[in-house]
Ligand binder design. Structure first.
Ligand code: GLU
Length: 583
């Protein structure tokens, strides 16, 4: 008879307890209420890490003024919308995951863009067939109803501390006084002039290419239109954005050719933020809490748990990388197949993160050259309909940002924000670019009449790879805040930060710097710009994987670890971010 080791018994008991509390089990519910009354003040000070030093400064300023993590996140993100317009801003969407130290409650606010009411499943199909990457990216059809401003307001109303108007001050000052164009922003512009409509469309043309010349690194750039928009939102609240002149400028931008979009004033006036469940699942004795669909946060629970099953005992570092690759391949196959807008389709997320499903899923074997198929969830939940989705191969582009914050009260925010492709749809509204988030939907319709989980539909939210995540220890204390941009590669990047820190024993910065490895489908992309990356590529090739060697990757991991000695943060050297700490 099989003998269980003590460790196996503990892990089985954890699984049983987890299954028992599957319905409605969250971070806060696992802790006895009377313990909260005795909760000691947070001992570790504050930290913020984000993709641009000016944004980090703005967030830090809020923290110094007595603000909390939500205040700092909004102020920092308002600056990112100015200084990093290629990644995110008012014209896009965002997910915000919040942890409240005193109550231990976690909250997920979904500010994802929605499809206009007049959107149709075949809107990306022309007489020539499904629109290609650039045609869809530059089209007006790609513009969804932006959610970021509504998210700021909802977050501030529920959780903010400083006055609403204070949050806008750093970004207004920079927009009026000017900021220095960063190498990354300047670096995009020549390529964007060739590949997109950024140098042609009204508004963006004059802002990014004054006199027809791309802005160069080091130029002081002012954005008075952005300052004017922020002043109105600061004084009048989100209705100044979702109705009136600013709303009209967004509709006009979306309606421009080519492929005029259908965004309307009604779409904007009707936008609302969704408060969705925070989903949690075990990784060893730790608890990963992350954002529910339409986010792909659940993939973090899947990858880490599958990795735990696939990693051999006494694994060498090469074995650990192979287990990480196989865990990703299985999780991506499920994510790609099943995820979509949970208000519109039945996403079997409770099954996909169920430890019993993941234990069985880890036994599914695919040769390194095979494209793994999705797991059979109907065997676990009797919902045969969810197995009937058609395959989805949606591509995502790189135009997103992530920030992580812990404030001096011990509250935390992980926020990932996006305009989808670089500079979104390259359409200019009142001082900001409009998103192209509708290209995150499946653009094709299925050949066989089966629906796609991520098909376009009116008012629907496209599936997102964005995965802001927090990890808690066995006592329920916060130990990690993480997230990244990177399109479809986000689940791989974020999982690397979690497994790198919590299993490979790396510091946050070493985990962020570690070569990225993305295993989706039948190929494995490995970042080979370092010797470590080359060695990983050789190891995987020797095991039969089809390795695509990449000199660089587009992660933007911003991570904070809570250690017994205090906070340790990391900013991704592949972007321009920094970390700031407050005692
Ligand atoms: N739009 C993508 C998403 O929501 C993210 C794109 C990126 O990270 O660059 O998943």
């Amino acid at each position: 008879m099989h003998q269980y080791s003590a460790l196996q018994w503990i892990s089985r008991c954890c699984v049983i307890l987890w299954v028992l509390c599957l319905q409605g089990c969250d971070q806060s519910a696992t802790i006895k209420a009377d313990e909260d009354a005795k909760r000691a003040p947070w001992p570790h000070g504050a930290m913020i890490t984000a993709a641009n030093p000016l944004a980090v400064d703005a967030g830090k300023r809020m923290l110094v003024e007595g603000g909390n993590a939500v205040d700092a996140a909004i102020a920092a993100h308002l600056v990112l919308g100015l200084v990093e317009p290629q990644s995110s801003g008012l014209g896009g969407g965002a997910f915000l995951l919040h942890y409240d130290y005193a109550s231990r409650a976690t909250t997920f606010l979904d500010g994802r863009e929605t499809a206009p009411a007049a959107a149709t499943p075949d809107m990306f199909i022309t007489e020539q067939g499904v629109m290609g990457y650039i045609e869809a990216w530059t089209s007006g059809k790609s513009v969804g109803t932006p959610g970021t401003v509504a998210l700021y307001f909802e977050a501030h109303q529920r959780l903010g501390k400083l006055p609403w108007t204070t949050l806008f001050e750093p970004a207004i000052e920079l927009a009026e006084g000017g900021f220095i164009v960063s190498p990354r922003l300047a670096g995009y512009l020549p390529m964007m002039a060739k590949r997109s409509l950024l140098a042609k469309n009204p508004g963006v043309r004059d802002y990014f290419y004054p006199e027809g010349i791309p802005l160069s690194e080091g130029t002081r750039l002012k954005n008075p239109a952005y300052a004017a928009t922020l002043k109105r939102i600061a004084l009048e609240g989100p209705k100044a954005f979702y109705t009136g002149e600013i709303a009209a400028s967004m509709v006009e931008a979306a309606r421009q050719l080519p492929h005029s979009g259908s965004l309307s004033l009604d779409d904007l006036a009707n936008y609302s933020v969704k408060v969705r469940p925070v989903i949690c699942g075990p990784f060893r004795d730790l608890n990963l809490c992350t954002t529910a669909p339409p986010s792909s946060g659940a993939a973090q629970i899947m990858v880490t748990s599958l990795y735990g099953h696939l990693k051999p005992q006494d694994a060498s570092s090469d074995d650990r990388i192979a287990a990480f690759v196989d865990a990703q391949r299985l999780a991506y196959a499920d994510r790609d197949h099943y995820f979509g807008d949970p208000d519109e389709i039945d996403v079997p997320v409770d099954t996909l993160i169920n430890p019993l499903y993941l234990e069985a899923r880890a036994k599914d074997r695919f040769a390194p050259s095979e494209d793994p198929t999705p797991g059979n969830v109907s065997a676990f939940n009797q919902r045969s309909d969810t197995a009937a989705f058609a395959p989805d191969t949606t591509e995502e582009m790189a135009g997103t940002t992530h920030l992580s914050i812990i404030d001096s009260f011990g509250n935390a925010v992980a926020m990932t924000a996006t305009v989808e492709g670089p500079f979104g749809s390259q359409r200019w509204a009142s001082g900001f670019v409009m998103n192209n988030e509708m290209t995150d939907f499946a653009k094709a319709v299925s050949d066989d009449g089966r629906p796609l989980a991520n098909a376009v539909a009116p008012n629907r939210r496209p599936r997102s790879s964005m995965s802001p995540t927090m990890v808690f220890d066995a006592l329920g204390e916060l130990i990690l805040v993480t997230g990244s941009p990177g399109g479809n590669s986000i689940p791989a990047y974020v999982a690397k930060s979690i497994i790198g820190i919590l299993d490979w024993g790396l510091t946050p910065q070493a985990a962020v710097n570690h070569p990225n490895i993305i295993a989706r489908g039948e190929t494995v992309r490995v970042e080979v710009s370092s010797e470590a990356g080359k060695s990983i590529a050789r190891n995987l090739e020797s095991r039969g994987y089809d390795v695509k060697r990449r000199e660089g990757e587009n992660s933007g991991l911003h991570v904070i670890q809570v250690t017994p000695d205090g906070l340790e943060g990391a900013a991704d050297p592949r972007r321009e971010g920094t970390v700031a700490a407050l005692p």
